[in-house]
Design a protein. Sequence first.
Length: 110
Amino acid sequence: MKKEYRVKKSSEIEKIMRMKQSKANGHFVIYKHKNHENTHFRFAVSVSKKYGNAVYRNKIKRQVREIISKMDIMDNYDLFIVVRIKANLLSFNESKDLIESLVKKLNILR
């Protein structure tokens, strides 16, 4: 996934979280913010150090990026995805189903 699709600055992540438009389940939290400046969606993924060592944290981040990149998300949205500790018990397909259900609840699919 290209870097232009990623939210990098902590100030931008804080802005997304301040809007308080989010959906959550026991494993993931997804915050959304409508951003009129972009012509495409952007997102960031956060995994706590309590999740595990760097290998496991990077693995779940790669999986979440892959799941999001395959979805048809509307343009002009910034997303911030928080991976909770309980997500380490999930398989890839279970993670995919849970993330897809949250995205559908947020009404950001085309």
